[in-house]
Design a binder for this molecule. Sequence first.
Ligand code: PLP
Length: 400
Amino acid sequence: MLKNEEGKFIINTYNRQPDFTPLIIKGKGTLVWDEKGKAYLDFVGGLAVNALGHAPPSVIEAAWEQMNKVIHTSNLYYSEPQIKLARCLVENSPADRVFFCNSGAEANEAAIKLARKYSKLYLGSGKFEIITALNSFHGRTLATVTATGQEKFQKGFEPLLPGFRYARFNDLDSFRAQLNDSTCAIMIEPVQGEGGVHVATVDFMVGLRRLCDENGILLIFDEVQCGTGRTGKFLACEHYGVQPDIFTLAKALGGGFPIGAMLCREKVASGFSPGDHASTFGGNPVACAAALAVMQEILQEGFLDNVITKGNYFQDKLRLLKEKFPGVIVEIRGKGLIIGVELKEKGSAVQRSCQEKGLLVNCIGDRVLRFLPPLNVSREEIDEALEVLSRSLEEVFSGE
Ligand SMILES: *Cc1c(COP(=O)(O)O)cnc(C)c1O
């Protein structure tokens, strides 16, 4: 069996288990099929990547058309899809300019480098520290894993990068307390994904913007997971009426193709000059063509409103489930179609049970189930997922 060879040839970083982890052969919409032909409702969605579901026709068509023209050119030359995508992103966000890369970590890495370079040029020497939130997730490169406020991702990779401080999410005083003469930026996720689906409060977001303005420092939003329509707005920060100086996108942007983007205001962009930063694959024509197709789809009239409606529907139904299983579901959190269900315990067991019954859901730690269905998921599919979840909770917690 091919699956058994994974443990022999691939470095063991993902904890997949041949007797349990499906090998996914194909997908269509919200459904995927494994090697035995078993179908699953996919509410993991490639970890917030497959925003339009599997095999999205518009993305396939755009990528296919571009592949037949040119697959890669390097950034020595102009690229048609890259310029078109950049224009679309700028026209639909607070940003004036874009830097393209290939992943979330790389986008955040670019944001960190730009914040440092900009500060040297405009804020004076000695300003390089970035304050991030505890429980955040910003990526796995050395700089972004240092920015990530969770020790479990950092352990063993010391010495970490100098210049990071941590403060409590949704606690403005905690951020204020970390501010000092060396601070050049604050970086947060408006909705913490990997940290267990925690939504920023309006007061916190507005307060951070004011704190940054008062101190002449940059506000960076990591929208890698919560951006690109996931919360029912193109950017999660739109819910708050708060604009960042720099923000990052990745995950859903390419509809499954790897692409990342770091976007910023004109003045901030001037921190970078030719030669300061680069990426060989960054802004790859096929990935950009795919991303443009994703953008065109999610910006269609009513699409994002529908994400909010379906997210509310999903959360309302989960609240009914919370009443049905008192004490088992501790809290339901989320915005749009990023939803966390915190259980009192046994998250992995519930995840396992759901999978056996044909529902893929992600479990963070051992207590938080994270739902990231495609943005075009149907109500019927949400109902079906809820029905499986209900049966799984019954199974795992019966007799308690
Ligand atoms: C996933 C994620 C990243 C890292 O993205 P990669 O593409 O895995 O490098 C960074 N920030 C947030 C908020 C994420 O959810």
